[in-house]
Design a protein around this ligand. Structure first.
Ligand code: PEP
Length: 256
C-alpha cells in the first residue's frame, strides 16, 4: 500500500443474489461499517438492483459501482445501459473490461477504451480490469499482455483524468478458480503496472492511481495480499456475496 492511501475493497456480485437478499446484505454492511474510516468499501450489484441499493447507501461513504456500461451515451442499443443511467441512480464507479466481459462476451480493447472515455467524460470512475490468461502466463507473456491492455485501454485519455481511474489486476486463471496469485506474483505485476503509469504520466499521477488485485480473494489471503507495497485494494467476486466473508475480508484489510 502506498503511503497515505486507504485500502479500497470492492465486491463484484456478478449475476448473484435476489433483490431482497441484496438489500438485506447492503443494510447490514452499512451498519457494520459505520464509523470505520480506515478503508474505502464499494459494491457492484446487478443493474436492476442499483437504484434501491444506492438509496440504502446514501451518505454512507460506501461506493456503488455498475458491472458494465455501453460506450455510447445513448441510442439504439437494445438491452444496453449507459454511463449516465447508472450515474443517475447513484453509482460513482463502473467495472470496465472485466475478464468475463472480455472472454464470455467478446469485448475488445477498443470497445473498453471507448467505455473508459465515456465514463471519465461524466466523472464516473472506471475500475479498469486487466490480466493475463493461464496460457499467456505459462508462455511468459504476462507483462506483454498487461502492457498492451493498458496501452490500448488508456489510448487517447487525457493525463488529467488518469488519477480518477482504478486499475484492477485480475489474472484470468485466478478468477473464480480458487487459485490466487501469490502475494509476490501479484505485487510483481502491480509494480510493472505502476512503472507503466510512471513512464506515461509521471510518478505523482502513477502513485495516486489505485491498483487493486482480484482473483479468488478470501478472508484467509487478504492480509498478505494487502500488505504488499503495490497493492492498494482488492476486487472480490465469490467471497463478496456472503456478508460474513466480505466483512472478514474488510476486517483483515483494515488491520495492517
Ligand atoms: C472478479 O470477478 O472480479 C473476481 C475476482 O472473482 P473471484 O473473487 O470469485 O475470483
Amino acid at each position: 500500500m502506498i503511503m497515505g492511501k486507504k485500502p479500497f475493497i470492492v465486491g463484484n456480485w456478478k449475476m448473484n443474489l435476489t433483490l431482497a437478499e441484496g438489500i438485506e446484505f447492503t443494510k447490514s454492511l452499512k451498519k457494520s461499517l459505520q464509523g470505520k474510516h480506515e478503508l474505502i468499501c464499494g459494491i457492484c450489484p446487478p443493474f436492476i438492483f442499483l437504484k434501491d441499493i444506492c438509496r440504502v447507501l446514501e451518505d454512507s461513504g460506501i461506493c456503488v459501482g455498475a458491472q458494465n456500461i455501453h460506450s455510447e451515451k445513448n441510442g439504439a442499443y437494445t438491452g444496453e445501459i449507459s454511463a449516465l443511467m447508472v450515474q443517475e441512480v447513484g453509482c460513482t464507479h463502473v467495472l470496465i473490461g472485466h475478464s468475463e466481459r472480455r472472454h464470455l462476451f467478446g469485448e475488445v480493447d477498443s470497445f473498453i477504451n471507448a467505455k473508459i472515455k465515456t465514463a471519465l467524460g461524466i466523472n464516473l470512475k472506471p475500475i479498469f480490469c486487466i490480466g493475463e490468461t493461464l496460457h499467456e502466463r505459462e508462455e511468459g507473456r504476462t507483462k506483454y499482455v498487461v502492457k498492451n491492455q493498458l496501452k490500448n485501454g488508456l489510448m487517447g485519455i487525457d493525463k488529467n483524468h488518469i488519477e480518477e481511474l482504478v486499475i484492477a489486476y485480475e489474472p484470468v486463471w485466478a478468477i473464480g478458480t480458487g487459485k490466487t496469485a501469490s502475494p509476490e506474483q501479484a505485487n510483481e505485476v502491480h509494480s510493472f503496472i505502476r512503472g507503466f503509469l510512471t513512464n506515461e504520466y509521471g510518478k505523482d499521477i502513477a502513485n495516486s492511481v489505485y491498483i487493486q488485485y482480484g482473483g479468488s480473494v478470501k478472508p484467509e489471503n487478504t492480509k498478505e495480499l494487502i500488505a504488499q507495497p503495490e497493492i492498494d485494494g482488492l476486487l472480490v467476486g465469490g467471497a463478496s456475496i456472503k456478508l460474513e466473508s466480505f466483512l472478514k475480508i474488510i476486517d483483515a484489510a483494515s488491520i495492517q
